[in-house]
Design a binder for this molecule. Structure first.
Ligand SMILES: [Zn+2]
Length: 410
């Protein structure tokens, strides 16, 4: 008989799957225990129903709360320099446009990332992954998009592959060669789109580090037609599609996401009811990035309540990036979603777990159930809502990935 690990004395086991004898939309089992065999969950239930076995390692959770590992479904963690100088300039009243005209913004990250050594990009991203893990993130998406030429985008792809190979966090890579049109293609943008479609996407796919493609659709980035041609190629290659849409204005991005059957449409700060309805009808997951709206400081947030009423499934991600949200704290993003966007605490917790996993096409992540990989976190808190309320404090006491303790102690 295999040696198994039992975790008992769990005050609340938050499965994220409602069901009989479970509380709330989050499917909480009170006074629970779980049994893990190898990398997978073999049993969950009430501690009173746990069958006795002498061949177990037993961990006493001491009345802690257990949740699935968090899922951050939208990040840009591979980059070179930080951009704290721009933050300072913004605090003095400079606009994004003025900062970009002075060489700041995304193109500043592009310059430093192009110049950086591959091993330095790996090392700095590893440190950020470590930070995310300590806050409970066990699945994380990473986009390219600071290379914007063939060699530098492929360098980012290789960095992502190395992170996939070495990090305890499950990484999903997304190709975002269509982040912005690089300065050298300003007057020949069609040529850049062709480079993305004909050369970059096939080469990125061949690396086996990428499972999705993303396009930034916005005035100043890419048009809907350009997104269509990139999405067509992505589909031919078997890649899932994410879209950055409606961040600064309503560009009918939700309609486009529905037309292209995108897996997710992200940002949605200005998305209309009509767009939200189209997304819901095609099952496009809406990924809200509250930290980016918060950090922009304009007081404009996506209308989560409207999107929920239209039937859009909503996830929450950090959008970690060195310009518009340098934070990997998913809990804080969830708190902002509650206080500024009209989400309930239950919706926010689903948003950083089960729904975020759906936005990545990883239906097995973000929940706790028999047979799934044992990725879960242990919270030193009275209930699952407490970290949203006492925001800014890290209540994650231990992080398990594939049944192994990877952070903290119990
Ligand atoms: Zn983004």
């Amino acid at each position: 008989m295999n040696k198994t690990l039992v975790i008992n004395n769990i005050s609340r086991l938050v499965t994220m799957e409602p069901g009989p004898n479970r509380e709330s939309k989050l499917g909480v089992i009170a006074d629970a225990a779980m049994r893990i065999e190898g990398e997978h969950i073999a049993w969950i239930g009430r501690q009173a129903d746990l069958s006795a076995s002498s061949n177990n390692d037993i961990i006493d959770a001491k009345r802690a709360v257990v949740l699935p590992g968090l899922v951050d479904c939208h990040t840009h963690i591979v980059h070179a320099d930080f951009r704290q100088g721009e933050f300072n300039l913004r605090s003095q009243g400079k606009t994004y446009k003025e900062i970009a005209e002075q060489g700041g913004g995304i193109m500043s990250s592009v310059r430093s990332t192009r110049a950086a050594l591959e091993e330095d990009l790996v090392a700095s991203a590893k440190a950020r992954l470590d930070e995310a893990l300590s806050r409970g993130t066990t699945t994380l998406e990473i986009k390219t998009g600071y290379g914007l030429n063939f060699d530098a985008e492929m360098k980012m792809v290789r960095v992502i592959k190395e992170l996939e190979r070495t990090s305890p966090i499950k990484i999903l890579g997304t190709f975002l060669g269509a982040h912005v049109v690089p300065a050298e293609y300003k007057d020949k943008r069609g040529e850049y789109v062709r480079l993305v479609v004909d050369k970059m996407l096939p080469a990125a796919l061949a690396s086996h580090a990428i499972s999705a493609c993303d396009v930034f659709v916005e005035e100043g980035a890419f048009t809907a037609d350009e997104a269509r041609s990139i999405a067509k190629k992505a589909r031919e290659l078997g890649l899932a599609l994410h879209l950055h849409i409606d961040q600064f204005a309503d560009g009918a991005g939700g309609m486009l996401a529905a037309e292209l059957s995108a897996l997710s449409a992200d940002h949605l700060d200005h998305t209309s009811e009509e767009s939200a309805g189209a997304m819901a009808s095609k099952g496009v997951i809406g990924v809200l990035l509250p930290g980016a709206s918060f950090f922009a400081g304009r007081g404009k947030y996506p209308n989560a309540r409207m999107m929920r009423e239209k039937g859009v499934k909503l996830a929450i991600a950090t959008d970690y990036n060195p310009g518009t949200n340098p934070s990997l704290d998913l809990w804080f993003s969830a708190t902002i979603a509650v206080t500024q966007m009209g989400m309930s605490c239950d919706e926010a917790l689903l948003g950083i777990t089960r729904h975020a996993a759906l936005a990545l096409g990883s239906a097995d992540a973000g929940k706790i159930a028999k047979g799934l990989r044992a990725d879960f976190i242990v919270l030193d808190a009275p209930d699952e809502y407490f970290p949203l309320y006492r925001y800014g404090v890290n209540f994650v006491k231990a992080v398990f990935v594939g049944g192994k303790l990877r952070r903290g102690t119990l």
